[in-house]
Write a protein that binds this ligand. Sequence first.
Ligand SMILES: *[C@@H]1O[C@H](CO)[C@@H](O)[C@H](O)[C@H]1NC(C)=O
Ligand SMILES: *[C@@H]1O[C@H](CO)[C@@H](O)[C@H](O)[C@H]1NC(C)=O
Ligand SMILES: *[C@@H]1O[C@H](CO)[C@@H](O)[C@H](O)[C@H]1NC(C)=O
Ligand SMILES: *[C@@H]1O[C@H](CO)[C@@H](O)[C@H](O)[C@H]1NC(C)=O
Length: 588
Amino acid sequence: MKFSSTVVWLSSAIAVNAIFPFDLQQVLSPAPLTGKPNFVFIITDDQDLKLDSIDYMPLLSKHIKQKGTFFSNHFVTTALCCPSRVSLWTGRQAHNTNVTDVSPPYGGYPKFVDRGFNENFLPVWLQSAGYDTYYTGKLLNAHTVDNYHSPYVNGFTGSDFLLDPFTYSYLNSTYQRNRDEPVSYEGRHTVEVITEKALGFLEDGLNGDRPFFLTVAPVAPHSNVDVSALGKGHSPTVMTEPIPLDRHKDLFSDVKVPRTSHFNPDEPSGASWIKTLPQQNKSTIEYHDHFYRQRLRALQGVDELVDSIVTRLEGSGQLDNTYIIYTSDNGYHIGQHRLPPGKACGFEEDIRVPLFIRGPGVPEDEVETAVTTHIDLAPTIFGLAEIPLREDFDGTPIPLPSSVGSNAVSIRHEHVTVEYWGNSYLEGERGALSNPANLPFFNNNTYKSVRIIGEGYNLYYSVWCSNEHELYDLITDPYQLNNLFTSKEQASEIFGYPLLQVISRLDSILLVLKSCKGATCIKPWDVLHPGGSVQNLKDALNPLYDAFYTSQARVSFDHCEHGYIPEVEGPQDALPFTRYGLNWDVWT
Ligand SMILES: *[C@@H]1O[C@H](CO)[C@@H](O)[C@H](O)[C@H]1NC(C)=O
Ligand SMILES: *[C@@H]1O[C@H](CO)[C@@H](O)[C@H](O)[C@H]1NC(C)=O
Ligand SMILES: *[C@@H]1O[C@H](CO)[C@@H](O)[C@H](O)[C@H]1NC(C)=O
Ligand SMILES: *[C@@H]1O[C@H](CO)[C@@H](O)[C@H](O)[C@H]1NC(C)=O
């Protein structure tokens, strides 16, 4: 059933919903269930927003960006594939999923299963809401040729997953369909393979009796991992530049990593291990430029994949009844702050990802600047599919016109909580060379941070497990080269307020956010000011609260751990603002 008159139906559903509780509405009008919109969700792997990758994808721009809304302040909550994807598919921060790494004991598919999410994640919920669900590509790390059946992934009408250790082998991938045995696609390009599979599932969706939710998760532009090199003294895994389709291999030969002021800077920047990185020499920079071009080339296959999907939807008459969402699991850096290729940091390159949505009622060629995050996406999809939100969502539907979707009301927020535990992987054939121990990772990359964007301010504040701090004012320092925290005695003001007072607010909101759950993740200021008199950083900066914020416990760590061990993560609870034992906000 797929009408193209969904928008009309949606508006009448809102009216009915306003009068009757949800169940009653179903009884009164059972038929409209089949009038729900379809979804195509395309998620690339490690695609940046800040390094301009979108500029090299004309078909994506034409079909999705210009035909929909670009969420220009969209962030991930953990800049690493597996934790970020689990947060996306559950709508919860990594400290609430406790899937914080790519492999056991702290992450990967086995941890996802152990934590019960195989019975409790988006595709399962969508199936019970009446959707046919399809998935092809990478689901999670450590989902392997050995464990794919123990247990099988739940929630999909049809699935065809990339499996480790072949997930990142562009020319030697292995996919596993439904309950079948894994199949090797040795010698074929993974993006070509996934395009066939995606179009096959799209056909199944279009021919089904129910609305469909199709996810396409190509591995591009992630680094390539040569499987035949594994176990031949190349362990741990060396991640090299991605491999494009043959027809794209010579494109962009003059293109280089943007030479912004934070590209391989003369002075070290950041905190912890990042501050120790050597400056890159000419030949390393040349390799990184090549690495960058290979990413852009590898993305051309994805650009064509987008074109094939949209063209087929158009031909089916279903395009106007389908939301197409395009994003990535985390961002990427190459050479900024002297970093070898990789993610896992809290810098803009790593935490910002593209987010484009087109579909019924979504404004065309529009830019929405409200802060949105990956944990907002499951709630957003619930809203668009008219499913009541879950209490355990740590996110809220992203802002869309009120005529779009349903009952789901967006709560605007100006923050994103970014958290990370464990290793930062150093990619590229020279990655390990930036570690004096010659290992392709640095450990102790454990930190909490808050990114906050409001009227007149644009800040990033972090606390590392070493108790180092960072504070960047992105209005005056968009490339995050000047850590105001370390110069806090000299620097005087941000946004017209004394720096120390700004820090006290940021630390307190981070104290709330690092252990928030559900509503407190969405409206963290309500924890500090239960009366609701403070809704954002600006309100909190009222000098009336100076003493309160100065006396609040501080975010800190006892030491570095590779997983979420709250016992070493310092104070957990923030005190509310009270006076004489009474809630001040309520009494004034
Ligand atoms: C593909 O992977 C298999 C299994 O590791 C290996 O035997 C084979 O040599 C690989 N093929 C290529 C082209 O790398
Ligand atoms: C550049 O740096 C790399 C990695 O640190 C090193 O292996 C290489 O020898 C250096 N090349 C030159 C020309 O100094
Ligand atoms: C990592 O942190 C632990 C505990 O805080 C510390 O003992 C260790 O020396 C650190 N390792 C490195 C390589 O800095
Ligand atoms: C998270 O998982 C790790 C590894 O299983 C475990 O040690 C830790 O206690 C868990 N954290 C919480 C808060 O449950």
